[in-house]
Design a protein around this ligand. Structure first.
Ligand code: C5P
Length: 214
């Protein structure tokens, strides 16, 4: 039996990251935020003075990624949000990042969050969640996050950027954002982080048990 994979997908700022990190700790599994791979790729292109929508530049950046790129403190800022969404629509970038994600989970199992974990990266994962929340609530959360980091931004601009990024993620031909057929949806709009976690843990435990994991 292959080690357990918990796939968590959903749109930006729906609470996936917090949830995934807590699930990984509760289950004793490694955690990978796959958005960081696309963010770090976009960041590399911007740093080199390139254009993130340029397939050759973006693919070269994805192939050159190093673990240290994922540790940078400047990956969650608006220019990188846009650059990540742009590189993520390029098939060669997605192909370059595929093996890393699969090998990450292969040895000990893992909790991974992203947009296509349950549909493309691990379609056979025994536990899949689709975590979502209303656009207004997600924009409010991202705005608070930016404010806490001292990044000035207007709430309506954050909401407009997020709506554009969601639309691009859902409309792209390469691995569009959509729930896997066998994913359980958790809407966190009216849930506290603890309520979302309790609901998610119950679903994941039930799915793993059903698939024969102790
Ligand atoms: O999750 P996060 O907002 O950090 O992801 C940044 C961008 O990376 C997303 O807008 C999306 O375009 C892309 N992404 C993706 N597939 C993933 C994770 C992220 O396309 N598995």
């Amino acid at each position: 039996m292959s080690p357990p994979i918990v796939a968590i997908d959903g749109p930006a700022a729906a609470g996936k990251g917090t949830l995934a990190r807590r699930l990984a700790a509760a289950l004793g599994l490694p955690y990978l935020d796959t958005g960081l791979l696309y963010r770090a790729t976009g960041r590399r292109v911007l740093d080199a003075g390139g254009v993130p929508s340029d397939p050759a530049a973006a693919a070269a950046a994805a192939m050159a990624l190093r673990p240290a790129d994922l540790e940078r403190a400047d990956l969650r800022v608006p220019p990188v949000d846009a650059a990540a969404a742009a590189v993520a629509s390029i098939p060669a970038v997605r192909a370059a990042l595929l093996d890393f994600q699969r090998s990450f989970g292969a040895e000990r199992g893992a909790v991974l969050d992203g947009r296509d974990i349950g549909t493309v990266i691990f379609p056979g994962a025994p536990a899949k969640l689709f975590v979502t929340a209303s656009l207004a609530e997600r924009a409010r959360r991202r705005w608070l996050e930016l404010k806490a980091k001292g990044v000035a931004a207007a709430l309506d601009a954050v909401e407009a950027d997020m709506a554009a990024r969601d639309a691009a993620d859902a409309a792209r031909a390469a691995a569009p954002l959509r729930p896997a057929d066998d994913a359980v949806t958790i809407d966190t709009t009216d849930k506290t982080a603890d309520q979302a976690f309790d609901a998610a843990l119950a679903v994941v435990r039930e799915r793993l048990a059903r698939a024969g994991y102790a």
